[in-house]
Design a protein around this ligand. Structure first.
Ligand SMILES: [Zn+2]
Length: 469
């Protein structure tokens, strides 16, 4: 959480002491079936009473537990959610084509080889997304441990013929886990390129989590033209600490790494769209989106099954309580966020966007944890313009209010078309415990917390559909 966001939340907490302010007065409207207060009350009660978001997430994860971009599982997820949207009576339910790169994981092992100083030790590893595999017999090499690209550079020729082990823990002193993640992500994304430039034969990267356990966390890595394409794997934090300790005792120990992963070429996939059509200005759109693809070690419950469910449940709630939005509220389940963001770019550039105007787009891709706020970009002037929405969110008690923030990979291309970008901001303290690992499963998502996220987005979208921007 940024300092600015934290300060805003503190202010909101302070302000909510006087939450008796009349929302109707803030909007200058009379009470009626579609007054903001009444709409909020209906959506909140219905959502909390039924708690359907979690059941929807369960159904998605059962229908498609593995949703790696371009895989049969991703197609099964599209089919399932399309049937869900049609069953709920959404309008304009359709798919839009996206070209994606397919990558497959194979068997993967790493061991510290036995030496005069100790027996063979298994390391918990997983291939990073996009990595080439090793030869079937694997590769064995000495390990060079570094904490940064600068240290790698300073090691000069020491990396030649070695496995470079990037072992920099995420910084616990950073308050916002997303920032701590961002500070280390370059090691995962570009580690193989930087190590290959110095003659390394493979890389091991400490998993991007503050939790200490034996679950490796995958995620995207990239190659560049030029340096050889060397295999790249993540190593669990506990194993990274163990390997580091062994290296201090036994410099020159070797690790044998076997990765069976491979690229499987490009294939066609889709984004999935469904909406509640606006009664007065259907060409003006308020978008709520998540991404349907997911990493394959868990079942992508938080990342980003939760975001897809937030979008669909938000629309369902608005419809279920009998509200008719004046502008179109659209759920978009994007494909391929994890593997390059082609879904977001395809959506923004699709011929279907002709004649449409996106007023605002809200992305939910920070998990299904307790929502703290709804974020919106554009600076203080935009926040001021949405004071009424902020007051409604606050007085409803669903979240602490509207703050600066939000956005995301899938909706970013819509900024060029003038859309305000925002998003759901849940409590992030535990997000990276699960992120991209075998721990990202249904049991890690709390039904009421998930539902509150959908309710917050439903209120936000309904109010903007009613009042414009
Ligand atoms: Zn995600």
């Amino acid at each position: 959480m940024s300092l600015r966001l934290r300060r805003a939340l503190l202010l909101l907490v302070a302000a909510s002491g006087g939450a008796a302010l009349s929302i109707a007065a803030a909007f200058g409207v009379r009470f009626g079936p579609e007054s903001p207060d009444e709409a909020a009350r209906r959506i909140l009660e219905r959502g909390l009473h039924e708690e359907k978001a979690h059941a929807l997430l369960r159904s998605l994860l059962e229908a498609a537990p593995m949703r790696l971009t371009g895989s049969p599982g991703a197609e099964a997820a599209l089919a399932h959610m399309e049937a869900v949207m049609r069953g709920l009576g959404f309008a304009n339910v359709h798919r839009e084509a996206v070209r994606v790169e397919r990558w497959e994981r194979g068997a993967e092992t790493a061991v510290i080889e036995a030496s005069a100083f100790g027996p063979e030790i298994d390391l918990a590893v997983c291939a990073l997304g996009g990595s080439v595999g090793t030869a079937p017999e694997g590769l064995a090499a000495e390990v060079l441990e570094v904490r940064s690209f600068r240290e790698l550079e300073a090691a000069a020729d020491a990396a030649r013929g070695k496995i470079v082990f990037f072992n920099r823990p995420m910084d616990r002193a950073v308050l916002d886990p997303f920032r701590a993640y961002g500070e280390n992500a370059e090691l995962r994304v570009r580690g193989a390129v930087e190590a290959a430039k110095r003659g390394a034969v493979a890389v091991l990267v400490r998993s991007l989590t503050m939790r200490r356990d034996r679950h490796p966390h995958t995620g995207l890595m990239r190659y560049e033209d030029g340096p050889p394409r060397i295999p790249a794997a993540a190593v669990a934090t506990e194993d990274a600490d163990g390997l580091s300790a062994r290296l201090r005792e036994t410099p020159g120990l070797t690790v044998r790494l076997k990765l069976g992963c491979r690229s499987a070429g490009s294939v066609w996939s889709s984004n999935l769209i469904g909406e509640l059509r606006g009664s007065e200005r259907p060409g003006e759109i308020i978008l709520i989106g998540g991404h349907l693809d997911a990493w394959d070690l868990g079942s992508g419950a938080h990342d980003d099954g939760a975001g897809c469910v937030h979008a669909v449940e938000a629309l369902r709630l608005i419809k279920a309580v009998g509200l008719v939005p004046k502008r179109t509220i659209r759920a978009v389940l994007f494909m391929d966020e994890e593997f390059g963001g082609t879904g977001g770019r395809s959506y923004a550039g699709a011929p279907e966007r002709e004649g449409e105007r996106h007023l605002a787009a809200f992305e939910s891709d920070r998990g299904g944890f307790l929502p703290l706020a709804v974020g919106i970009g554009g600076g203080p002037e935009v926040l001021r313009r949405f004071e009424g929405l902020g007051a409604l969110l606050r007085s409803s008690g669903v979240v602490l209010g509207l703050v600066a923030g939000g956005g995301g990979v899938d909706i970013a291309p819509l900024a060029e078309q003038g859309a305000l970008l925002g998003g759901l901001i849940p409590d992030a303290a535990r997000y990276f415990d699960h992120h991209h690992s075998a721990l990202d499963v249904l049991e890690a998502v709390h039904p009421r917390e998930l539902e509150l996220g959908a309710i917050a987005l439903a209120l936000t979208a309904f109010l903007i559909a009613r009042d414009g921007i």
